[in-house]
Design a protein around this ligand. Structure first.
Ligand code: 5BU
Length: 487
């Protein structure tokens, strides 16, 4: 969790968490909650107001977390009461107008619920100290939206990881958090402030006390009719309106128009064989993935023809190059050599082993050509080392480079950010693995259970007796699973 340089504020995240703990903002023991259940952790972040230095630091962390994805806001509003001073610090430091939500409308005078100057269409950031179910954030969001303000983002100091993020996503709010309960536990454990037993007790409590979305909706809206789960995921067309990267928008519009979330992995070694299968199944896919370094008769003529097919059938070209060197070297590999990948591939994959320099190197080449890249955050192979903190770092690098990174190769849903597309290889209908460690799941399971956006299929189609019929079957299966998620 290399968070030490997370923000420009005076403290590191570790120091911030340590200070919050030292002033009694997070307590461990056995506490009876409002609901009657006992919790091994208790949060009282109101205490922060008694420590002005800490309060300004927390506010700065909140601001950095909210801005991390390059978002901009025209005003800020704290969820009463704990977050009011935090919002005030942000407003004062960053010269951002603040709004105050009254808990109850005034009985006299203007009867306003939202105090402060604003216009309908202003974009407001909601600030909160802790999120559990997301319901208190939603109270403020609803009040702001009722006045015509645009609210798409909320930022919290601590996400208890009990389902609040999913709930807010369901309500079309991106939740940004300075840290999660898991990170707090890890930091305090690392600093020797918590023993292993307490850490595991809190982890178990969090796991066992996760809210389901219907429960959360009930908690937020009360009414039984809201209990029906409307949409857990956005439709492709709806998502287009929430994302800014032109390539993501283009990809989603292809997926919407062609009714497909299938990417063909065209892992064949002759250019003619690739062009032939791509021409046959081009109508069924949103992307074609290549490994050009396995093509025995590679030529620029081959990629020109592939580009023509991409225009004919409307799909994107995705070279699975998996860069993995220092920024300077990958630039040469990307634009030069015999492949000249940057000239024809809409998207390329990169590992993030070298750190963010690899992405910055690729970006310098790709950005002006309207290209994008996808980070290998997780892999489908047995014993992969791309997991845990590595995958988290990939998500962070993606967020820091959203002008160029359009998503991940992954095996789970890594972020709710609509701009970032999840693409999953290791998908096959008929077998569970191969002799070299590949592991497969079905198309419907990838979309429905992993909440991935795109299924990447190679041999499942390429080795079928009738690859065209099989491509149709994968298309149908993946798209049907997506439709099921929508209903
Ligand atoms: P398959 O024939 O469907 O197993 O091919 C999967 C493709 O996806 C193949 O080109 C791999 O190089 C690629 N792949 C993968 O299988 N697993 C991963 O984690 C990554 C890429 Br990253």
């Amino acid at each position: 969790m290399a968070m030490s340089n997370y923000t420009d504020s005076a403290l590191t995240l570790e120091e911030l968490v340590c200070k919050v703990y030292d002033v009694g903002g997070v307590k461990f023991g056995n506490y009876k909650l409002k609901s009657g259940i006992f919790s091994p952790v208790y949060l009282d972040l109101r205490v922060i107001v008694s420590y002005p230095d800490l309060m300004t630091n927390v506010a700065e962390f909140l601001w950095e977390a909210a801005k991390k994805e390059g978002k901009s806001f025209t005003c800020v509003c704290g969820v009463p009461y704990t977050a009011l001073p935090l919002a005030t610090c942000i407003a004062a430091k960053h010269d951002l107008p603040m709004l105050i939500r009254r808990k109850e409308a005034k009985e006299y005078g203007t009867k306003k619920v939202i105090e402060g100057k604003f216009c309908a269409g202003d974009v407001c950031l909601v600030v909160e100290d802790v999120v559990t179910s997301g319901s208190s954030v939603m109270e403020t969001v609803d009040a702001l939206r009722a006045e015509g303000l645009v609210v798409n983002d909320a930022v919290v100091l601590l996400d208890r990881e009990q389902g609040g993020q999913d709930m807010l996503y369901h309500e079309k709010i991106n939740l940004h958090s300075v840290c999660t309960m898991t990170e707090v536990l890890e930091i305090l454990r690392m600093l020797g402030k918590l023993d292993a037993e307490t850490v595991s007790r809190v982890r178990d409590f969090i796991k066992e006390n996760k809210f389901s979305i219907p429960q959360l909706i009930k908690e937020t809206h009360g009414d039984a009719h809201h209990l029906q789960l409307k949409t857990q995921v956005m439709s492709y067309s709806e998502r287009i309106t929430h994302c800014s990267h032109p390539l993501t928008r283009k990809l989603l519009s292809i997926m919407d128009k062609k009714k497909t979330n299938l990417c063909l992995s065209a892992d064949l070694t002759s250019s003619q064989a690739i062009l032939s299968i791509v021409d046959k199944v081009g109508g069924n896919v949103c992307m074609v993935k290549t490994h050009v370094d396995i093509v025995e008769d590679f030529s620029q003529d081959f990629v020109q023809k592939l580009v023509q097919l991409s225009e004919k059938h409307d799909f994107m070209i995705f070279e699975d190059r998996k860069f993995g060197d220092i920024g300077h070297t990958v630039q040469q590999q990307y634009k030069g050599g015999m492949y000249k990948i940057a000239d024809w591939a809409d998207i390329v994959t990169t590992h993030v082993v070298p750190g963010s320099g690899v992405v910055r190197g690729l970006k310098e080449v790709g950005l002006s050509r309207q290209r994008g890249c996808v980070l290998v955050a997780e892999m489908s192979s047995t014993g992969t080392l791309a997991k845990g903190d590595y995958s988290k770092a990939a998500v962070r690098i993606a967020h820091e480079n959203k002008d160029f990174v359009i998503g991940f190769i992954c095996q789970s849903n890594l972020t709710k950010d609509p701009d970032l597309i999840h693409m999953t290889p290791g998908v096959r209908l008929d077998v569970s693995g191969d002799a070299l460690g590949q592991q497969y799941i079905s198309p419907s399971s990838a979309i429905r259970d992993l909440h991935t956006d795109i299924i990447i299929v190679g041999r499942g189609i390429l080795t079928a007796d009738n690859p065209v019929a099989m491509a149709e079957q994968y298309q149908e299966s993946g798209y049907h699973a997506y439709q099921e998620l929508l209903t």
